[in-house]
Design a protein around this ligand. Structure first.
Ligand code: TA6
Length: 290
């Protein structure tokens, strides 16, 4: 059996040694252990703060929280009752089974509206989250189906906390991509053009790149992870830095220096989904070296 269902999570094992754990709360991928094509020893690739709450009392500080239907604090008139990053990351999803092939083990989770969600966002929808584990890859797909009687607008994003030393890691290629910096006061924010190809987070970063290339390389000290995406035109690069990181209540001491968030999403503007239509946002993270 490649998938073990525990009370609060799924534990998925690949015959070639990689593994992943998915909390039903938020469908949050909590762990992804994978070797590389050169060294097959599985290594944890995601950061989860040791002080994160995993009991469903708040979104998990780490792993891969799913952001839907709004990114950050709501800005769309239909989203005003929602909390930061929406409800997908703090709702309990249902396990909907798995499939396996010689190369992949794939699990599905689903979420539909509940009375509590309906009071915040009175739309009818069906979400399916598909997590596919390969020998050196982890893919996540979010399927959004509009089962309402009218179109609705949403944003979606995978809030990947990649385990990496913030002082050394870079994300590329981002040269000539326009971005805005969420660390700047809202009224002073303006779009800027990124001049560097490989962007570091030596200074605190909360940069939202729009219409980026949908293929990113995250690199440090000979480690290389690739992220390729589909239908997720934007990417956010976030690291809180030392000062702000110390103020995040569920961040372990010094945790700011153990992660970089590289977050593919559709977050500049809103995707309008017609009645009965389905939108799929996809990412694959691959371990390339070490
Ligand atoms: O995606 C970046 C971001 O929106 C940052 O602004 C930062 O606040 C981060 O997400 C974490 O948000 P959270 O609600 O999980 O504390």
């Amino acid at each position: 059996m490649q998938v073990e269902q525990l009370q609060d999570r799924l534990v998925v094992k690949h015959p070639k040694g990689s593994s992943t754990e998915i909390l039903l709360y938020g469908a949050t991928v909590l762990s992804w252990k994978s070797g590389s094509p050169k060294d097959h020893t599985p290594v944890e690739r995601l950061f989860v703060s040791s002080t994160a709450s995993l009991d469903g009392s708040k979104p998990v500080r780490g792993g891969i929280p799913v952001v839907f239907p709004c990114f950050g604090s709501p800005s769309h008139p239909d989203h005003m009752k929602l909390g930061q990053h929406g409800f997908a990351r703090n709702s309990v999803w249902k396990y909907d089974g798995y499939t396996e092939t010689p190369d992949f083990v794939t699990v599905r989770l689903t979420l539909e509206s509940t009375p509590a969600i309906h009071t915040l966002w009175p739309k009818s929808f069906h979400l399916t989250y598909v997590v596919e584990l390969g020998e050196h890859t982890l893919s996540t797909d979010l399927h959004v189906k509009n089962t309402s009687a009218a179109p609705f607008d949403f944003q979606a994003l995978f809030h990947n906390y990649i385990r990496a030393p913030a002082k050394e890691v870079t994300v590329s290629p981002l040269q000539n991509i326009t971005y805005y910096d969420k660390n700047e006061p809202k009224e002073e924010r303006r779009l800027k053009l990124q001049s560097k190809n490989a962007v570091d987070v030596l200074n605190p970063s909360d940069a939202v790149y729009e219409n980026a290339g949908q293929h990113y390389t995250v690199a440090w000290r000979g480690n290389v992870l690739d992220i390729t995406t589909h239908n997720l035109k934007d990417v956010t690069v976030w690291n809180a830095g030392e000062k702000a990181g110390a103020k995040i209540v569920d961040m372990e001491p010094g945790g700011w220096d153990r992660y970089i968030c590289v977050e593919p999403g559709y977050v500049r503007g809103f995707y309008r989904l017609g009645v009965g239509e389905t939108w799929v946002g996809h990412q694959t993270i691959s371990v390339k070296t070490i």
